[in-house]
Design a protein around this ligand. Structure first.
Ligand SMILES: [Fe+2]
Length: 324
């Protein structure tokens, strides 16, 4: 794997850290940095670029406090408060997931971009692992620029300019079907009415086109018949399942993972329940997704999938069934 050193100006030695790719299309392991201490501007600037470039930053061996995690998040923007999550009382920007027997995880094992029911979804989310199950509990990530670039040129042109409506639909079940519950849900509907986002967004840092629909929050594509929209969305969701576009993160205790919500989707596996898994989360506010102005220039695309094995012809060993 390539290893890159971000070398800051000589005067700022603390800004040096190491980046080692963890997946083919996304994911990088960051070492040589201590998140229990304040970071200088050069380090933060380099981290912002690495975050956009690699999509998922993994910081191992970070024994940090909740306050350290909150400080880390604030380097990247204002922290946001999740409207449907149980938040820490004295610090509403901090979410503590303490899943164990009797407290199963929320339905986050569906591919999604965080909080796209907002007009301005978060730019990123960071999790810090405190207690990890003996087995299971990985988080899977997918590069949505890789997914987009893997689409045919015809499909990219077809998607260009389309818009989709997003809603907080998975959280509607949190409101009981009582008069009070319905009234509370109506108040949230006023605060978070359905929003429209481009189906293909331009990443604000890298400029790369990303597919920006997800099965957790997207309702439908505007201007299409219901069955057309449903089938097209299902097709696009299936593209996220291609293994080559993914990085599956295996947790160890005291890891911080900070992902770019503008360019990756994720799904948290629930296979560990009822073992205990304790995580802390912070979320950084973002800006409205930018519609991609045009399909990417085909010459600029990296077509990611491996060619079929038969394309290698004579340069590979023959399999048994291919021999006479
Ligand atoms: Fe999530």
């Amino acid at each position: 794997m390539n290893e890159t050193l971000f070398a800051p100006p000589a005067a700022s030695q603390t800004a040096l850290f190491s980046v080692k790719r963890a997946g083919v299309f996304l994911g990088a392991r960051i070492t040589g940095i201590d998140l229990s201490k304040p970071l200088d501007t050069a380090t933060v600037d380099a981290l912002k670029l690495a975050h956009a470039e690699h999509g998922v930053l993994v910081f191992p061996d970070q024994k940090i406090s909740s306050g350290d995690l909150l400080r880390f998040g604030r380097y990247f923007g204002e922290l946001s408060v999740h409207p449907f999550s149980t938040n820490a009382e004295d610090s509403p920007e901090l979410i503590v997931y303490d899943n164990k027997e009797g407290n199963p995880p929320a339905p986050t094992d569906i591919w999604h971009t965080d909080e796209t029911f907002r007009a301005c979804p978060p730019m990123g989310t960071a999790l810090c692992s405190k207690i990890i199950p003996e087995v299971g509990g990985d988080t899977a990530f997918a590069s949505m620029s890789a997914v987009y670039e893997g689409l045919s040129d015809r499909m990219q042109h077809f998607l260009s300019g389309l818009e989709a409506v997003h809603d907080f639909k998975p959280f509607r079940g949190l409101f009981p079907n009582t008069r009070e519950g319905v009234e509370r849900m109506r108040r949230f509907e006023d605060l978070y009415p359905p929003v429209t986002h481009p189906v293909v967004a331009a990443h604000p840092v890298t400029g790369r086109n990303v597919l920006f629909v997800n099965p957790q929050f997207t309702l439908y594509i505007k201007g299409m018949a219901e069955d057309e929209s449903r089938h097209l969305l299902e097709l696009l969701y299936r593209k996220t399942l291609v293994h080559e576009y993914q990085y599956r993160h295996h947790w160890e205790p005291d890891m911080v993972v900070f992902w770019d919500n503008r360019g990756v989707q994720h799904s948290a596996l629930h296979d560990y329940y009822p073992q205990r898994r304790l995580m802390e989360r912070i979320t950084i506010a973002g800006t409205a997704p930018i519609p991609a102005s045009a399909p990417a220039d085909p010459a600029s695309l990296r077509r990611y999938l491996m060619p079929p094995v038969t394309a290698f012809k004579d340069s590979r060993q023959q399999r048994q069934h291919e021999r006479d």
